[in-house]
Design a protein around this ligand. Structure first.
Ligand code: GDP
Length: 369
């Protein structure tokens, strides 16, 4: 124990002995106000996220602890990576506490998106995953839309209790909590916000006026999301920051699409039809004949088919194939966690194959849009 207290950025206990350990605060900066650790200081001032991994056992312990509290659990998920960011089994951990589901990043969807339909979709999917929610609120922490509804819902369901905020990494939890603090508490300190996964290290208690607190928990890391499997330099190609511009591809069976060198989609059998791609604008899509796809990949991965670059290729798990049958009706997405999704428009359905790095969650779902 050092008597230095906790970091106002990430909550970790401060120490001035070991520069390579979490919570380091140099002696020379001990009087810094607010007191924040070296890592948070760097992120805030130089936008330089130093790499600290969150112990998953700790995370599970923390989650289990929630069951014993009397609180409102606010679960934030990323609309762009819904299935990847939903904490499966959350229901088991929360005990009798209510769960408010906050769906962030609605700004990414095209303006024409029907939000009521979207909300129903979210409710249905959450239920299918065994999660009971008291309410579902859609918002964009970045654009500050729907945020009044989030505050309102928290007020409504909190009933004088603590608020535990849980979410996977990169869902916008820090961004949202910073907004909560600004709007909702008289504390004007900001948490660490960064585009890199895993940068909020420890649980942070943010006191509220009534003696209760908002508790920000560390982001859980899921290896089933493409965003967690790629080197940081590749993240910009995966994470969209502006509304998605759906790309429509008219395909015949026997054609393939490459998403850089990160994934491949084969239209194996089916009537000619259009596929609508919802991926980050920085993602390079390349169309080819299926029969030539293997050869093209072998020849051009890391170059024409990038990211990843040649140097980054070794850092990503090798691809595995997912054989997916798209049901008739033209109302299904092929979803690739962290990369986005492909809406299949054909009434008659299709047989498709998806290649993605081993471990990445790939599935067919009811269309989001
Ligand atoms: P955390 O890891 O969950 O705490 O997520 P952060 O708050 O650090 O945000 C992760 C990334 O998502 C950053 O690049 C943010 O700019 C971005 N982000 C956060 N909220 C939104 C949002 O509402 N819309 C969009 N498009 N991006 C967001």
């Amino acid at each position: 124990t050092t008597g230095l207290g906790g970091c106002a950025g990430c909550g970790i206990a401060l120490q001035s002995e070991a520069a390579d350990k979490p919570g380091f605060l140099p002696q020379s900066a001990a009087s810094r106000q607010p007191a924040i650790c070296q890592r948070c200081f760097r992120i805030k001032n130089y936008n330089d996220a130093s790499s600290v991994t969150v112990d998953q056992n700790e995370f599970v312990k923390l989650l289990s602890g929630i069951g014993a509290t009397n609180s409102l659990v606010v679960h934030i998920v990323d609309l762009f990576d819904f299935e990847g960011s939903l904490i499966s089994g959350l229901q088991r951990f929360v005990g009798g506490n209510p769960v408010l589901l906050v769906v962030n990043k609605t700004d990414l969807l095209p303006k024409s998106t029907n939000l009521n339909r979207l909300r129903n979709w979210v409710q249905k999917q959450a239920k299918a995953q065994g999660l009971r929610t008291v309410d579902v609120v859609l918002c964009s922490a970045m654009r500050n839309t729907g945020f009044d509804r989030v505050i309102e819902a928290i007020q409504t369901y909190r009933e004088g209790r603590d608020v535990y905020v849980v979410g996977a990494t990169n869902v916008g939890k820090s961004t949202l909590i910073n907004r909560l603090i600004r709007d909702y508490s008289d504390l004007d300190r900001e948490l660490t916000v960064s585009r890199y996964p895993g940068t909020t290290l420890d649980a942070v208690r943010i006191p509220l006026d009534d003696g209760k607190a908002i508790v920000d928990t560390p982001g859980i890391v899921y290896a089933s999301r493409m965003t967690e499997l790629v080197p940081r330099s590749v993240l910009h190609a995966l994470l969209p920051e502006k509304p998605l511009k759906p790309l429509v591809y008219q395909l015949e069976e026997g054609q393939s699409l490459f998403f850089g060198g990160l994934a491949r989609f084969d239209f194996v059998v089916g009537k000619p039809q259009s596929f609508t791609l919802y991926v980050a604008p920085a993602m390079k899509v390349h169309r080819t004949k299926l029969e030539r796809a293997d050869e093209l990949y072998a020849k051009h991965k890391g170059e024409m088919l990038s990211p990843p670059s040649k140097e980054e290729l070794d850092e990503i798990p090798v691809w595995t194939r997912h054989t997916l049958r798209i049901p008739p009706g033209g109302n299904s997405d092929v979803y690739i966690s962290g990369l986005g999704w492909i809406h299949a428009n054909g009434e008659a359905g299709a047989h498709t194959d998806v290649y993605a790095p081993k471990g990445v969650k790939v599935l067919v779902r009811e269309a989001l849009i």
